[in-house]
Design a protein around this ligand. Structure first.
Ligand SMILES: [Zn+2]
Ligand SMILES: [Zn+2]
Length: 326
């Protein structure tokens, strides 16, 4: 074979339900005795650039796999959006929520049991495993290096050892369990479905896209208090356990707001409003835009001269408006 000739693998493998596209690619290489770097070179893939729909036919031909299943599991750039949006499993995401990077995270227990990596692990909205709690990791437990797709096997690190299981993974908070279950369901369904209608989730995120709901929850949960420093909060969020705490806090605050109008001042004072502004400026779906605009209108009406030290005021009819967000 010539070095620049596109590779077509000899042996076919089937995509698993909910499998990430990179997991499928890595398993296909492994099944054919091809190293990741050789395979990527022969497939003419450069993971430093985000793949697009145009790349799928040749890639599926080379891998001998179903192009639809492959495309669903990859983070693909949206045609014509100049990098502002990507798609995963038919859902639209901002690159902040679905980065599509070379580095990744995984649950060693699930990987060992199932033999493939879930596409839900690709997004920030899922910082933990729905089955094993805070077992997810970005680092190999042996060599401590960041986990990359460039590795010898689906569950084998570059240090040639199987990723070790987390010895004492903390269980998920009730809200985070409901959230991660909903996100899993959402990514298995078309974007028109309403995955956030379960009773354990706040009414405010009903009807929103996964991207929009996550960004809203993040805006509500990022700061521990109205006095928290943003860089410190972002640093804590980089840790997967910290990212779970942001989601738990955001969902708890949205619940509190919907359950008790008396909590509104305290809750709205802790919202990181620039994230809501960003959501209003660039929303993945119409309901996300509507939710962000309604919140900003509430904040504008209740804004005081010093919103960091004094909570925005909110009246009970405003709280009802929040409940009505769709
Ligand atoms: Zn797991
Ligand atoms: Zn390692």
């Amino acid at each position: 074979m010539w070095a620049d000739e596109p590779l077509r693998l000899a042996r076919t493998i089937e995509a698993r339900h909910g499998e990430s596209g990179m997991s499928l690619i890595l398993r296909a290489f492994q099944a054919n005795g091809v190293s990741y770097s050789d395979g990527m070179h022969w497939m003419q893939l450069d993971r430093r650039r985000c793949l697009g729909n145009d790349d799928i036919p040749a890639l599926a031909w080379g891998l001998r796999c179903d192009p639809t299943a492959l495309a669903a599991g990859l983070v693909l750039k949206e045609t014509g959006s100049a990098g502002a949006w990507v798609h995963l499993s038919g859902h639209r995401f901002s690159p902040w929520v679905a980065p599509g990077k070379m580095l990744t995270k995984l649950c060693p227990q699930c990987l060992r049991a199932d033999g493939y990596a879930s596409l839900t692990w690709l997004i920030r909205a899922v910082p933990a495993c729905r089955r094993h709690g805070y077992s997810m990791t970005r680092q190999c437990g042996h060599c401590r290096r960041p986990i990359s797709w460039n590795r010898p096997g689906i569950d084998v690190c570059r240090c040639l050892r199987v990723f070790p299981q987390a010895a004492d993974a903390e269980p998920l908070e009730t809200e985070v369990q409901a959230w991660i279950d909903a996100v899993h369901s959402a990514l298995a369904m078309p974007p028109t479905a309403e995955p956030f209608s379960g009773s354990a989730l706040p009414l405010a995120i009903r009807g929103m896209s996964v991207d929009g709901a996550f960004r809203l929850v993040e805006a509500f949960g990022l700061l521990e208090s109205s006095w928290s420093s943003i860089p410190a909060a972002r640093a804590k969020e980089r840790d997967l356990r910290g990212a779970g705490q942001v989601i738990a806090r955001g969902l708890q605050r949205l619940h509190a707001l919907e359950a008790d109008a008396g909590m509104a001042d305290a809750v709205l004072a802790c919202v990181h409003w620039p994230l809501i502004v960003l959501l209003a400026e660039s929303a993945a779906a119409i309901p996300d835009l509507a939710a962000a605009k309604s919140l900003l209108e509430l904040q504008r009406r209740n804004h005081t001269s010093d919103s960091r030290s004094r909570a925005p005021r909110i009246k009970s009819r405003d709280q009802q408006q929040l409940l009505d967000l769709r």
